[in-house]
Design a binder for this molecule. Sequence first.
Ligand SMILES: NC(=O)c1ccc[n+]([C@@H]2O[C@H](COP(=O)([O-])OP(=O)(O)OC[C@H]3O[C@@H](n4cnc5c(N)ncnc54)[C@H](OP(=O)(O)O)[C@@H]3O)[C@@H](O)[C@H]2O)c1
Length: 253
Amino acid sequence: MEFNEKVVIITGASSGIGAATAIHLSKQSAKLALVGRNENNLKRIALYCEKSKGEKPLTITADITEDESVERIVKETVEYFGKLDVLINNAGVIGMGGVKNSSMETYDTVMTTNMRSVYHLTMLAVPHLIQSKGCIVNVSCIASTKPSTMALAYNISKAALDHFTKCVALELAPDGVRVNSINPGFVKTNLLKGIGLSEDQLELFVKNVVGNMPLKKPVEGNEVAALIAFLASDKAASITGSNYVIDGGVSLR
Ligand SMILES: NC(=O)c1ccc[n+]([C@@H]2O[C@H](COP(=O)([O-])OP(=O)(O)OC[C@H]3O[C@@H](n4cnc5c(N)ncnc54)[C@H](OP(=O)(O)O)[C@@H]3O)[C@@H](O)[C@H]2O)c1
């Protein structure tokens, strides 16, 4: 099995892309540390992983915007499994609005969750990843390079994440640690649930987004999970510093 004996931290494993990645990797015998704030959802995904083949994951209920929680994620994982091979920085939030109609609160929440916490968690994980010659996969977005007016703070947080990915890849290459990002287009998850649209408005929004995708289908969570797994695996041994787009062709327009 591809991830046999590999210890993997997945942030944001209680929902969407992170949950799909947990299930995908558990089927490949990974030893998982699943991180999220919602303990019930986290436990539900852990049980699913356990039943679907893998061993019981470690669940860590933690808010990655709190420094103490970020420290706990690495400490508990290494204490429990004895090492760390893969860090998947997936947790993220979106905040709506541009310079005319967003707030500094939105900016702070989005940047702290999507970038500061990744910086901090990566710093703490790196000594262990150097030891294991492991790797990092960051979950970015096509919004990092494709300007849009809907979610300014989100877009720039992901642009920062792409550059972080490349700089850290260069820094850690001599240590044998690879760092890549995946950049999805629209994936149907809970991400957009908090943006203030009614169910009907959200459905219409999704229909429009999918209608504008050259492949005319949403990207599925399990497809994103498979790409993350590929980049985290030895099959990608020569890939570092890359931002892998998976967007049904949206970036072509
Ligand atoms: N869906 C898309 O269309 C899309 C497209 C491009 C990129 N992405 C990226 O994919 C990643 C995953 O998003 P998703 O679409 O799967 O959305 P989702 O279903 O809303 O999942 C987000 C995950 O992040 C976790 N999270 C958020 N804030 C956190 C915090 N402060 N501390 C700990 N965990 C936190 C949530 O866990 P709790 O609620 O349990 O805290 C949840 O597990 C994000 O980085 C997002 O930007 C998504």
